[in-house]
Design a protein around this ligand. Sequence first.
Ligand SMILES: [Zn+2]
Length: 265
Amino acid sequence: MFLERMSYPDVEKYLSRKDTVVIPVGSLESHGKHMPLGTDTIIPNRIAELLEERFPDVVIAPTLPYGATDDLRGFAGTVSLGVEGLRAVLQTICDQLFEYGFRRFIILNGHGGNVKSIEQVGIKVFERGGYLAIVNWWLIAGQIRPEWKGGHGGAEETAGVMAVDPTLIHSEYLTLGECIRNDISDELPSTSWTSVEFKGGMVTVPRHVNSITDNGWLAHGMGSDVPTNATREWGVEMLDAMADYIRDFIGALERAPLPKADGAK
Ligand SMILES: [Zn+2]
């Protein structure tokens, strides 16, 4: 059940039986020249549709199409709420849903940069006597099927977008590499995301990703996760598996007792 299509009596009736709400959270950010800016929103939206088909008795709130993605600013069209902006928006949404009686919040997350903000909201929900669960779909997909594991704009996400609409992929750029440069110095080579390697260790140096790559996909910490490996079949199977997984997870969370509120607001 999509919340935007329900009436308020529908919601009251649902809340007399249940207290679960799924909130997809995305991002608007560069995923390389081959992929749309809305990749992290488009994929969770599709998983939400597949979940709704499998599990019509759960409320799915409208997707938040912006996230925290400051490090990808500079690629045209990327817009970030920042960690604090996303936290504030999501906190407001969850506070109001909590007041109506929702207690189990499932965040269907599409973007790694969103996690800090979502965790802060999750602690507040816990302190008030609810649970907020963060389903990072791309990480869990790689945990339940290691061959699906992937990073930013690599094969895993490319396959996910292909499953939704193959025409969104600019195939002429599929073979383009990550175009990584050692933007700080040759002594501190760029490794995964904003880390640099030094004497066998990885040190994170937060900076804009367009300083590291001219392309915008960045999965080189993930071995063979290159966009050319993606297929539509992979994406379809993977998004179906994620919808099954979330349906089953919701069942388990609904069987668990809620935590006691500690009085904090
Ligand atoms: Zn992504």
